[in-house]
Design a binder for this molecule. Structure first.
Ligand code: FAD
Length: 397
């Protein structure tokens, strides 16, 4: 079995991006995705720092720009909808809370999927159920399809990765709860909106927001709240909706309308705000990338960028090592470790987005109002950019 046959679990951002680079270097990637078909939709994600360069090198920046939302900034509003503070994209040179390229996760994933689907085998509606490694490869058992052998198995299957569970051990060892939960879903939003994300923070560690998409008749609703770990069934949307409704009972602004829309939401999502910390990102022939290996959490806005940079570096190191995973995996980790550490350190606390007291909220609003005028604004922007930047090797030879 040659290491050139590579199974990738997950067809969101990291998976198709890895498949893209592997194909370019002459590998034979196969992608397995649990969803029954390509998954559209999802929340808005950012492209930051070196991730721009990765997409440029893929030659896919025009497609990404065409699909991006064009978000102009974020506003914090009071219960009556009046703007209290905010930040436009330009304030921190596109490196602030809203980045220059905001794009729906599904729209970004589709760009990579479309760029690879003719040359890469995609298997939908299936999942790996067992990995048996021997000296020459890995026998992979699937929930539905017949078993197959691969040289390498890459887990690009998100925070609740099955590859990580099978090859590294149970999730509790690696997923770190950051003291908050968030829920996202699509709502009909017929008013023409001006491409500003609107957030309302009614204290008690809560935030409710409406964020534009590319379509003029819909928006994304967000509910977020601080909480110690809760016990609930991850497959039970009705119970999760009840948790959200209870936490936001009595909240003003658009919350009642959004909670009413939540009942009908086609794409309700609810999960803990979490980071993934795994000491070594490979075990034998299994390797992790993206959120599965080093999710920095939604508080950083860096998960998508790490997934894209990770895909580029992992494929490049495999190519540079002539397909030898024993050389490629440590080199991949060495190249990425510093960037991941910086990204995860950026999560900070939940006070900015989910303040629990008037004083914290006021401090946030005052600092946002003064930010455009402070002399060190450029330095903050530069620091943020550096935190998402790593020197990319050229693996094309
Ligand atoms: C609420 C929220 C808000 C966010 N906001 C931002 C933001 O503003 N900016 C930003 O940059 N990032 C943001 N992120 C993070 C961003 O979405 C992720 O970092 C990014 O999508 C990582 O991509 P990924 O491909 O590693 O994982 P994911 O996008 O999680 O994809 C994992 C894929 O694996 C599939 N899968 C899962 N289990 C299996 C299985 N057993 N078998 C096969 N397939 C499987 C899933 O269906 C999915 O398609 C946010 C995340 C969340 C949850």
């Amino acid at each position: 079995m040659s290491d050139r046959q590579i199974l990738i679990s997950g067809a969101s951002i990291a998976g198709p991006a890895l498949a893209y680079w592997l194909r370019r270097y002459g590998f034979e990637p196969v992608v397995v995705e649990r969803a029954p078909a390509f998954r559209d939709g999802g929340h808005a994600v950012d492209l930051r720092g070196t991730a721009h360069e990765v997409v440029e090198r893929m030659g896919l920046m025009p497609q990404v720009r065409r699909a991006s939302i064009g978000t102009r900034g974020m506003s914090f509003v009071d219960a009556a909808g009046r703007r209290r503070a905010g930040m436009d994209v330009a304030t921190l040179g596109g490196e602030g809370a809203v980045s220059e390229i905001e794009i729906l996760r599904g729209d970004l994933a589709r760009v990579f999927y479309e760029a690879t689907r003719d040359e890469v085998e995609y298997i939908f509606d299936d999942s790996i159920s067992a990995l048996d490694e021997d000296g020459t490869g890995v026998k992979v058992t699937f929930e539905r399809g017949a078993p197959r052998r691969f040289g390498v198995v890459a887990g690009a299957d998100g925070v609740h990765s099955v590859v990580r569970a099978l090859a590294f051990g149970p999730e509790e060892r690696y997923v770190r709860h950051l003291g908050a939960y968030s829920s996202y879903f699509t709502i009909p939003y017929p008013m023409s909106h001006d491409r500003w994300d609107r957030y309302h923070t009614p204290l008690g560690g809560r935030v409710v927001a409406v964020r534009p998409t590319v379509r003029p008749d819909e928006a994304k609703a967000l509910f977020g709240f601080t909480s110690p770990p809760l016990s609930y069934d991850r497959r039970e949307a009705a119970a999760q909706k009840r948790i959200v409704a209870e936490r936001f009972a009595g909240v003003g602004w658009e919350a009642p309308r959004l909670l009413a829309a939540m009942a009908e939401a086609p794409d309700f999502y609810f999960d803990a705000t979490a980071q993934v910390h795994v000491d070594g990102w490979s075990r034998g022939r299994a390797v992790l990338l993206g959120d599965a290996g080093y999710c920095p959490s939604s508080l950083t806005g860096l998960g998508t960028s790490l997934a894209l940079i990770g895909a580029y570096v992992l494929a490049g190191e495999l190519a540079a090592a002539g397909g030898d995973h024993r050389a490629a995996f440590p080199a991949y980790q060495d190249a990425m470790r510093g960037l991941v550490r910086q990204a995860q350190a950026r999560a900070g606390g939940t006070g900015f987005l989910m303040p629990d007291s008037r004083a914290v909220r006021l401090a946030r609003d005052v600092s946002l109002r003064t930010l455009p005028y402070v002399p060190w604004k450029g330095m903050v922007a530069r620091k943020l950019r550096e935190g998402a930047t790593v020197a990319l090797k050229d693996y094309s030879h």
